[in-house]
Write a protein that binds this ligand. Structure first.
Ligand code: SIN
Length: 317
């Protein structure tokens, strides 16, 4: 823990994990040729004058580009978030993260912890050195949401919008408003530091709990994602079976449909004890459950279906 500022009540803990929000470039006009995860979380906070009025603590959990996020960091993050939330004086936790796997970490934390206090992830599409960096405003907004009395659960604050972990997807590779709630409303918007709620959160499924994370990391299930496409056959499934796999998520076409050859291979994998979930390669919308089809991942995107399958396999053992 590096810093505590006592000016305002409602303690918010900010956990840093890296990402573009902590990235730097040689040239301030360069929005893509930068190195992610260069600045510490305390530096990010100190660059935002209004945060000087807040009661904050910061802690560096990791310093990585989120394309390299791993199970060890996920577990460490979940445990630290849980410990901070258990402190009565903590109103909420903010996590700075990279945008690339933000939706996976957010969904992972929601399904493990389902916290009754807010856990707010935020990030940036432009490095901290950019002429129009988006990180400082996003971090300020995230702290405001974490200190908001109606906020709870894992939320993502980005470009003035508040998304639930379930709804969020990264929908653009370059634009500053890179995230959307794809199949429902944004939870809220943040305007001049004030949070305006737009929708009430639905009933959350039962969380897995931290207990499922206790297995040694090298024994965590191997869950892979594959896709249906023109000419898709069972070769990838067979190769994965040969290599050793515990679960497969297939991003089907449309409503989770699969080529005959791919479906045959997946059914054979299932018969050999591999857990299979059918998602869709469409940007939004559910895969409907059907008695004679492989199990559906509902409205989860392929990457979130992978998190769900990973956790259910961890829970099953
Ligand atoms: C990352 O995901 O860590 C790098 C990319 C980003 O944050 O936008």
């Amino acid at each position: 823990m590096q810093n505590t500022n006592e000016l305002n009540s409602g303690l918010v803990v900010i956990l840093g994990t890296g990402g573009t929000i902590a990235g730097t470039a040689q040239d301030s006009a360069d929005n893509v040729g930068y190195r992610a995860a260069q600045l510490g979380v305390l530096e990010l906070v100190r660059a935002i004058p209004p945060l000087g009025q807040r009661r904050l603590e910061t802690e560096q959990i990791a310093q990585l580009d989120s394309k390299d996020m791993d199970f060890a960091t996920w577990r460490k993050l979940a445990l630290r978030v849980s410990e901070h939330l258990a402190r009565p004086e903590v109103m909420g936790v903010v996590i700075t993260h990279g945008t690339d796997t933000l939706e996976e970490t957010a969904y992972f934390l929601q399904r493990v912890l389902a916290p009754s206090k807010p856990v707010v992830l935020t990030a940036a599409m432009r490095p901290a050195t950019a002429l129009q960096t988006d990180g400082p405003q996003n971090l300020l907004d995230a702290v405001n949401v974490a200190a908001e009395r109606h906020a709870h659960g894992v939320l993502v604050v980005f470009a003035g919008a508040v998304h639930s972990a379930e709804q969020l997807r990264k929908v653009h590779s370059y634009r500053v408003d890179a995230f959307a709630s794809v199949d429902g409303a944004r939870a809220a918007v943040v305007e001049e530091g004030r949070v305006r709620w737009l929708s009430l959160p639905g009933t959350a499924p039962t969380p897995f709990g931290l207990g499922v994370l206790s297995r040694p990391l090298e024994n965590w299930p191997r869950v892979q994602i594959l896709m249906n496409h023109v000419g898709a056959d069972g070769t990838v499934v067979e190769a994965l079976l040969e290599h050793g796999v515990d679960g497969l998520v297939v991003a089907g076409t449309g409503n989770g449909s699969l080529s005959m050859s791919l479906e045959r291979a997946l059914r054979s994998a299932q018969a050999q004890g591999v857990a299979v979930l059918r998602s869709t390669r469409c940007d939004a919308g559910p895969v409907t459950e059907s008695a004679d089809a492989l199990p559906s991942a509902g409205a989860l995107s392929p990457v979130k279906a992978r998190v769900e399958l990973l956790l259910s396999l961890l829970a099953a053992k």
